[in-house]
Design a protein around this ligand. Structure first.
Ligand code: FEO
Length: 392
């Protein structure tokens, strides 16, 4: 994408990656992504904010071809999708200083071998004037690394937020065009990398309240011309109150566990409980992560494989545990041939969850009518727990 002006003196100069389908060898990118880099020209000095993924270095440098000099390169975040092309940028602009948070300095040196003598650390709240453009550096740790920070452009009311408020969403335009399309992309992005850090993000959101923010320009996805859209969404997602919703992560081999899951979905729906069910043998992990934001109960459903959980169920449990969702309850259902240790294994995989584990429900062989009635009772228990917690 060619450079585009956001407001007078602020340009988007990064790259859109329409084709990328996987991030961190883990996160699906159904809508591609972008690595947004911003150029700010004051009357006296010029600064670049964040670079791009190394695979798109040529695009960034092409977009900077008419920029003869940079005084500062601000690195909000040391992860390589924003920092990977910093060495090329610093080589092109040998007089530029690299500005980052104190924590970022060591990480950038370790990960990219950047020369320490070119790095200037910015304290929380420190300001820097480019001439008519005042930069205020706001430390926002743990969105989603410890060194992350944002920059507030005071005169323009623009927050350059890097990963904070981002979305993996490729589009040709600069600003959010359809909030309904961006919402699920931003939600899954939050779930995938921000959800474990809700407490830190709450503090950072409080910090931002004092700032005049008219535009939010993140480093992934489109720019928010109506910041309330994404700020309100984040306030909902970082809340510790889940919704009247159950996430079922399930896998079946010969249909026994599958029958129990089908019955559970119906029984929960009959009781007015929202159900988000994911077959973890062919799952969009981003979609499942997004559903974890709202789930009050997480159900893991698995057949026994070598007396333990099906490996795909174990993998899903491992991911759920890593994302530390706000769920209040967990339930285990499944089937086995002759014996199993699935309950002990599942509980052992979920130490980060602060949940009440409901009595597990495992059947030997194909579920019979009594087993399916037990599934109904589990649904009733879940619905009642949600009511008692004030969620329904
Ligand atoms: Fe977009 Fe944490 O990097």
């Amino acid at each position: 994408m060619k450079p585009s002006q956001i407001v007078e003196g602020l340009w988007s100069v990064g790259a859109v990656d329409w084709d990328r389908r996987l991030f961190d060898s883990l996160i699906p990118l159904p809508d591609g992504t972008s690595y947004n880099s911003y150029l700010v020209r004051g009357t006296e000095k010029t600064a670049l904010f964040d670079a791009v993924d190394p695979s798109r270095t040529d695009i960034l440098l092409e977009n900077l071809k008419d920029v003869p000099s940079l005084d500062y390169v601000v690195a909000h975040h040391a992860e390589q999708d924003h920092s990977g092309s910093l060495p090329a940028v610093l080589e092109k602009y040998p007089a530029a200083k690299l500005v980052c948070s104190p924590k970022a300095k060591g990480i950038l040196v370790d990960h990219l071998g950047l020369p320490e003598e070119r790095i200037v650390v910015a304290a929380d709240g420190e300001t820097l004037s480019l001439g008519g453009k005042t930069l205020e550096f706001v430390h926002t740790p743990w969105v989603h690394w410890p060194e992350t920070m944002c920059t507030h452009l005071r005169e323009d009311g623009v927050l350059l937020s890097c990963d904070f408020f981002g979305s993996h969403f490729a589009q040709s335009g600069l600003f959010v065009e359809d909030e309904r399309a961006i919402y699920p992309a931003a939600k899954r992005y939050f779930a995938e990398i921000m959800m474990p850090f809700r407490a830190a993000i709450r503090k950072n959101m409080d910090r931002l309240k004092a700032l005049d923010i008219r535009i939010i320009a993140p480093s992934h996805g489109p720019v928010y011309g109506r910041p309330a859209f994404i700020l309100d969404a984040y306030r909902d997602w970082i809340s510790e109150t889940p919704k009247n919703s159950v996430l079922i992560a399930h896998v079946s081999m010969h249909g026994s566990t599958g029958r129990m899951v089908a019955r559970l979905i119906s029984a929960l729906a009959e009781r007015g409980v929202d159900v988000q069910a994911f077959n973890v043998s062919a799952v969009d992990l981003g979609k499942m992560a997004a559903a974890l934001i709202d789930a009050a109960t997480i159900v893991l459903a698995s057949p026994a494989v070598h007396v333990g959980l099906h490996p795909n169920a174990a993998s899903a449990a491992f991911l759920v545990n890593a994302l530390r969702p706000k769920a209040r309850f967990a339930a285990l259902v499944g089937s086995y041939g002759w014996g199993h240790k699935m309950a002990e294994q599942a509980v052992g995989l979920l130490p980060n969850l602060k949940v009440e584990v409901l009595p597990p429900l495992f059947v030997k062989g194909m579920p019979r009518e009594a087993d399916l009635r037990a599934v109904d009772e589990l649904a009733e228990t879940i619905a009642r727990k949600h009511r008692e917690a004030g969620l329904a």
